[in-house]
Design a protein around this ligand. Sequence first.
Ligand SMILES: [Zn+2]
Ligand SMILES: [Zn+2]
Length: 243
Amino acid sequence: MAMIKKSAALKATEVPKKAPRNLPLKAVAKIKTGSCVVCKAPFTKERPLQRVCSWFCAKAWARVKSEKLEKQRIKLAKERLKTKAQLLKEAQKVFNAYIRMRDVGKQCICCNEPLALGDPRLSTGGSYDCGHYRSIGSAPHLRFDERNAHGQRKQCNRWGAGRAVDYRVGLIARIGIDAVEDLEGNHLAKKWTLGEIRELIAMYKAMYKAKQKTYLKVAAAHGTEASQMPNQPGVMAGDGDGA
Ligand SMILES: [Zn+2]
Ligand SMILES: [Zn+2]
């Protein structure tokens, strides 16, 4: 690729192109110089949308574009081959990241300690977990229930059963006893279709981004370090065993 670039660049500088004649004045005025997307050499456009300087670079550009299309095709094919388990895992990552983003600046659901921010012991390994009140293992139907998931310090989430008793106290304060009892009494199995899981992924990605935008604005207004943001979905190492 480097060799192609070099020779093409030489070619372009050796033979400077002129604006074509015999065109209406208006059309000539529109013609501008550009730099070739392949060899980066400047050239005079013969057509307004021209992106390459020469036939040589046009061939290279066509190859680049077809490779890009092929990559997209492979990506789509891989997406279609994903199993339900893979999609659920992906959705959980995005959901958990959204919950962590939602709870930025709040206190730990079970002990009321500030969530990770400013805690040097936690600042390296990510920040805090998305702790589920009823664990994903024992209540998989509530794995994407926002009332059932809250920002929780890692040592709390991974201690015992996620400090269930303290969690309950914090949860009542946050969502009310009725909602807590509703969660506790909910034993309806829930099966998501592949399409529904994909929708969940897209929805929580969008919600994450929206919250992040708001948070960044607030952080900027208060002069908070952006590095104190919870990590992007997928970057952060899991959320314990999902408890
Ligand atoms: Zn070129
Ligand atoms: Zn706690």
